[in-house]
Design a protein around this ligand. Structure first.
Ligand SMILES: Cc1ncc(COP(=O)(O)O)c(C=O)c1O
Length: 385
């Protein structure tokens, strides 16, 4: 494929064929009647929301999940017609735009429900909403124990339709352990209570990626995968249960090559001093791009299909690597920061280990200065995302 950025060569390429493959892995794990809500919040985990959502719509995703109203508007403006659920709450002053853009709110507390009903009536529209239940995540949503107090509110609704009921697991990376089971049971109790009161929302969803892969009893009528679509495993053990393909490659090119004598200090603060005559490559990427500063003197990059260590502190815009042991390096050589180069790979999990974080944060920290380009590894157009 062609290089995407005409200027600085630090770019992310996003392989839509790999994305499609991963979506197919979701499909193969759920029943034929179960729908998919593809989680594309936070710029599709840094992969470029619109390009990803279009590709997933094409692959058959029935709906999408975003965190904010703004993210939903971006998808609508870009031509996504499928239902879009705003997962992370809405504010009362946003209700007008929510209705206008046909976005589905996740309702977490009673006051928003009442206001939304009023707004929908005023506009003469009917609006679907999903009720978010807190079964143990301790974040947003009505507490599962309080469902009875909501039944009277639900009974008063005329302009709003309870389309969905959902909750979220606290142990997002694994389904092992009793806490996940307790959450599942609490969710089932809420569902039963609603049904016995005469409410039967068609979209019941609880499963994130880990539960899609390993907890079929949590699939209900819809699943909500995020991470696995982007080719990362919720936990290493899951690699034996499903084969995912990494979607994103973050790469750059050598900006400058410099031979320095033994005893040379590299970067801020003299945290690395060469122990031999060394060949140091400077790369045009830094922490302002989301290249974590914790990778300083710890992380590695791929160059000429070999690993080279990061030396000295990562700067705002530049990073140095020691390429003394990699033969044939020249200025302008491709350097892969995340992803594969030939057989060599740096997975998001490995980088997350260096940066003392999780793969979700690695993906979502890649900054707006890094252009995303979507392409199809099995042929097809390249577009800027
Ligand atoms: C409410 C909700 N549902 C689904 C997901 C997707 O989870 P995962 O990326 O683990 O599949 C997230 C991600 O944070 C979430 O917050």
């Amino acid at each position: 494929m062609t290089l995407l950025a005409k200027g600085r060569p630090t770019v992310c390429t996003v392989d839509l064929a790999a994305l499609r493959w991963n979506f197919q892995q979701v499909r193969e794990r759920i029943g034929p009647g179960v729908k998919v809500l593809a989680v594309v919040k936070a710029n599709a985990y840094g992969h470029g929301a619109l390009g990803v959502a279009k590709a997933l719509a094409d692959a058959g995703s029935e709906s999408f999940g975003v965190a904010t109203l703004e993210e939903g508007i971006e998808l609508r403006a870009g031509g996504i017609e499928a239902p879009i659920l705003v997962l992370a709450g809405v504010y009362l002053e946003q209700l007008g735009e929510l209705v206008e853009c046909r976005l589905t709110p996740a309702i977490c507390e009673a006051e928003t429900l009442k206001q939304l009903e009023r707004e929908a009536r005023r506009r003469g529209v009917t609006l679907n909403f999903h009720l978010k239940v807190d079964t143990g995540m301790g974040r947003i949503g009505l507490r599962a124990e309080e469902v009875d107090s909501w039944l009277s509110e639900l009974g008063r609704l005329q302009a709003l339709r309870l389309e969905g009921l959902f909750s979220h697991f606290s142990r997002a990376e694994s389904v092992e352990g009793s806490y996940t089971q307790e959450q599942l049971q609490a969710f089932q109790r809420v569902l039963q209570r609603l049904r016995s009161a005469g409410y039967d929302p068609p979209l019941i969803h609880l499963a994130n990626s880990a539960a899609v892969i390993a907890l079929p009893s949590a699939h209900f009528t819809m699943v909500r995968p995020g991470l696995m679509l982007y080719g990362a495993y919720p936990s290493p053990e899951m690699a034996s249960q499903v084969t995912l393909r990494p979607v994103l490659t973050w790469k750059t090119r050598v900006l400058q090559l410099k031979k320095v004598p033994k005893g040379s200090s590299i970067s801020y603060g003299q945290t690395f001093v060469t122990q031999r005559e060394s060949l140091i490559a400077t790369l045009p990427v830094g922490y302002a791009d989301g290249y974590h500063r914790l990778l300083s003197n710890r992380g590695e990059v791929l160059i000429r299909r070999r690993r080279a260590p990061i030396v000295g502190r990562i700067c705002m815009d530049l990073t140095m690597v020691d390429v003394t042991d990699v033969s044939g390096v020249t200025q302008g050589d491709e350097v892969v920061l995340l992803g594969a180069q030939g057989e060599a790979t740096i997975a998001a999990d490995e980088m997350a280990g260096w940066a003392e974080t999780i793969s979700y944060e690695i993906f979502t920290s890649i900054g707006p200065r890094v252009p995303r380009g979507h392409y199809h590894s099995e042929g097809g157009e390249t577009t800027r995302g």
